[in-house]
Write a protein that binds this ligand. Structure first.
Ligand SMILES: *Cc1c(COP(=O)(O)O)cnc(C)c1O
Length: 427
């Protein structure tokens, strides 16, 4: 205990971990096992009845993954976390706990392109609807929420534009209507932004990005703030009514502030199945140890690159909240005071063709569909990640034809800028 009084850098290295009791191994071992021998028949029965916490099967819990879960929950200031196979499966499982056919999720269009696809198309098969907020103002969220809304979803720093959401104001609107606020904190990480402090009830992650940090492992997480009253209405029966599969247990009554995380594990992950591999949990834990160092460098480099681009004759506009003239600069000072992150977009005066020419000419930057690597990355969303969207959807998602998205790495800023300078000469 006493852990929560420690600083972020200390917790990023130590939270959840201790030397292995049997071998003394200092780093967290990779428990590469599917299953665990029960102590005796009573122990087995209590595990299956949720009367005791322990390992049954790696689809539901794993000791390597448990360290990752405790570390992410601690860094976010949550009560508990669940790690899963990817960011998208974290979203699926989080929504599964609150949604049923005919219900809706309220979300802005300023979201990761894959999330727009998931919400707008795949979730339709479950009868889950989306009420899109017209813009990112709290009033637009208020207007979009109706009696069938079960949650509001936003990204703290929205992919791809790097714009900053007014988390506290949106949380207030959601709470007044009796629904939780879920915040995807993938782009900011808990180093730059802690949504729970501003009123978020659930924090979602693609751990694949900055948390893992090296472009080598997929993972996702759901963090429970422990703040939402799931029993205040009849909107959340998975949490507030008797579960037949657990002898009539009511999860919110039994587990209180950890009820959502437990529900996501013992119903969502158990039955939908996207478990993270212990090897990936290990890789992500290693990544998180350097999170603070990396995120500061990512943000510092990104600001230098954004300033360079803003002054370049071939560049029409730059959308980076760290720039003083950016419309989201003031919100960035409130929600991510240490930096505005690594991912942002800019527009080329030469439009679609110039975007392709830039991507072709860059040498240090890798052209690929990821963010949050140590390496600098580039993509032209209109021809790749956002190409399934209509032109109108592309523009409202901040991915119009002239838009280039960068994820600035932790190389030397001078080298990143030099690569952009030589490539812009061809645009
Ligand atoms: C990548 C990403 C996701 C999806 O995560 P995966 O790990 O790729 O499944 C969700 N939200 C944001 C903001 C992302 O960048």
């Amino acid at each position: 205990m006493g852990e929560t009084s420690q600083g972020f850098n200390t917790l990023a290295i130590h939270a959840g971990a201790k030397p292995d009791p049997t071998t003394g191994a200092r780093t967290t071992p990779i428990y590469q096992t599917t299953s665990y021998v029960f102590e005796d028949v009573d122990h087995a029965a209590s595990l299956f009845g949720l009367q005791a916490f322990g390992n049954i099967y790696t689809r539901i819990t794993n000791p390597t993954t448990a360290v990752l879960e405790e570390r992410v929950a601690t860094l976010e200031g949550g009560t508990a976390a669940l790690a899963v196979a990817s960011g998208h499966s974290a979203q699926l499982i989080a929504f599964h706990a609150v949604m049923s056919p005919g219900c809706n999720i309220v979300a802005p269009k300023r979201l990761y392109g894959g999330t727009i696809n998931q919400l707008a198309h795949s979730f339709k098969n479950f009868g889950w609807e989306v009420n899109w907020a017209e813009d990112v103002s709290p009033a637009a969220f208020e207007k979009a929420i109706d009696e069938n809304t079960r949650c509001v979803l936003i990204e703290s720093l929205a992919n791809p534009g790097g714009i900053v959401m007014d988390i506290a104001a949106i949380a207030e609107v959601a709470h007044a209507k009796g629904v939780p606020l879920m915040v995807d904190n993938t782009m900011a990480t808990p180093y730059l932004c802690q949504p729970i402090k501003h009123g978020a009830d659930i924090v979602l992650y693609s751990l694949t990005k900055f948390m893992a940090g090296h472009g080598n492992s997929m993972g996702g997480a759901i963090v429970d703030a422990g703040s939402f009253d799931w029993s205040a209405s009849d909107k959340f029966p998975m949490l507030s009514t008797a579960r037949p599969e657990y002898n009539g247990m009511v999860l919110h009554e039994t587990f209180g502030p950890m009820a959502f995380a437990i529900c996501a594990r013992v119903l969502g992950l158990r039955d939908l199945g996207p478990a993270i591999s212990p090897q990936n949990s290990f890789n992500i834990l290693t990544g998180i140890e350097t999170l603070a160092l990396r995120m500061q460098r990512h943000s510092d480099n990104a600001l230098k690159v954004a300033e360079f681009l803003q002054g370049h004759e071939k560049v029409g506009w730059v959308s980076y909240a760290g720039l003083e003239n950016d419309p989201y600069y003031a919100l960035h000072k409130v929600y991510c005071p240490k930096g505005a992150g690594a991912v942002f977009t800019f527009g080329l005066k030469g439009g679609y063709d110039a975007g392709l020419a830039l991507v072709k000419s860059l040498k240090l930057f890798s052209h690929l569909a990821n963010i949050g690597d140590t390496r600098s990355l580039v993509i032209h969303p209109a021809s790749t990640t956002h190409r399934q969207l209509t032109d109108e959807q592309k523009i409202s998602a901040g991915a119009g034809p002239d838009v280039v998205r960068l994820s600035i790495g932790i190389e030397d800023a001078e080298d990143i800028i030099a690569d952009l300078e030589q490539a812009l000469a061809n645009c």
